[in-house]
Design a protein around this ligand. Structure first.
Ligand code: ADP
Ligand code: TRP
Length: 320
């Protein structure tokens, strides 16, 4: 099964991103033919700073490689290195009714937030359709906010196929309902916008401990039995534990021998250990950006082959 994931590089990754999006993706590469790219053309719709966009793109590449994207199993590239998608974007535009884009939730939300309504923002779903269709993608794992974009892709592809024959594969979105929403320091959804996130790559163990210490817990005094249910510390810690370890932690909560401070320390250790190997890899890639660039170039080359073969068929089909 051919699976495509697109990543918007938007800065530091947190534990919610890891368990909600990255870990399932990294597991996918064992079972499926995975294609993963950094959607920098899409990021351009809201970017104001060239240096920052370049930096975020490189950082995202390094973070994903460090956390387990394996370029031997997965095609991993930067969107703007395969320019064929822009040609297809134009062709698809002809099969995209204005009304379809006008109904776009994501577009309407962004404009409501004060982002100027320009054509790139408006036609964003057409470029996304191009990313998906140029590779004959079958499955697209997405968050709920992106489902509509995959549906639009199907609409556009169907219109094209009706006119020119069965050239496009209709993709399906996949929403992983098993992945729960990870909560942050305050118990609300962990998000970089709420200042309640724990980043995956903290500068030091000390800083990570400081962050863990900010988790809001109840005020049960030391010496009393603690309730693990609805405890923010327990909830985050349990992400890193198997069933037996969870039971062991519940027993520690109940015993009353330890307070929240102990569990915050334990959580810090769990997080620091979980990402130890990724941190090492990240240091390596940070000091060897050429190696990262080579990996991205190889990925782009591989994808370009597929994309240009598809474009040949398409140009012929439409008479270009
Ligand atoms: P943020 O809310 O921090 O801005 P993004 O919207 O950039 O996060 O999310 C990137 C990916 O990580 C999406 O696929 C999203 O579903 C996933 N994700 C983000 N936060 C969480 C969370 N708290 N729990 C589960 N998944 C999350
Ligand atoms: N729009 C997606 C997001 O913001 C990123 C993206 C661009 C994408 N092109 C894609 C995702 C193609 C899947 C397939 O998350």
């Amino acid at each position: 099964m051919r699976v495509l994931t697109g990543i918007q590089a938007s800065g530091k990754l947190h534990i919610g991103n890891y368990f909600g999006a990255m870990k399932p993706m990294i597991e996918l590469q064992e079972k499926e033919e995975l294609f993963t790219f950094i959607a920098n053309y899409h990021s351009l719709t809201t970017s104001k700073d060239a240096k920052l966009l370049k930096q975020l793109t490189m950082e995202a590449a390094i973070d994903y490689l460090s956390l387990g994207i394996d370029p031997n199993k997965t095609a991993f590239w930067v969107q703007s290195d395969v320019k064929e998608v822009l040609e297809l974007y134009w062709i698809l535009s002809k099969f995209t009714p204005m009304g379809l884009l006008e109904r776009g939730h994501s577009y309407k939300d962004k404009v409501a937030k004060g982002i100027p309504a320009n054509h790139a923002l408006f036609s964003y779903p057409v470029l996304m359709a191009s990313d998906i269709l140029i590779l004959d993608t079958q499955k697209v794992p997405v968050g709920k906010d992106q489902i509509q974009h995959v549906e639009m892709t199907r609409d556009i592809a169907t219109k094209f196929n009706n006119e020119y024959g069965e050239i496009f594969t209709l993709p399906q979105h996949v929403v992983n309902d098993e992945v729960a929403t990870i909560s942050g320091l305050d118990g609300a959804k962990m998000s970089k916008s709420y200042d309640n996130a724990i980043d995956i790559f903290m500068e030091s163990e000390k800083k990570l401990q400081k962050r863990c210490n900010k988790i809001i817990s109840s005020s049960t005094p030391l010496g009393e039995s603690l309730e693990h249910k609805d405890c923010n510390i327990y909830n985050i810690a349990s992400l890193f534990l198997d069933d037996n370890e969870k039971i062991a932690l519940q027993t520690r909560y109940k015993s009353g021998e330890e307070g929240y401070g102990h569990f915050k320390k334990y959580l810090k250790e769990l997080i620091w250990e979980e990402f130890a190997q990724a941190r090492e890899k990240r240091e390596y890639y940070l000091s060897n950006p050429d190696i990262v660039q080579d990996i991205l170039n190889d990925g782009a080359k591989k994808v370009q082959k597929i994309a240009s073969a598809k474009m040949e068929i398409l140009r012929d089909a439409v008479g270009l």
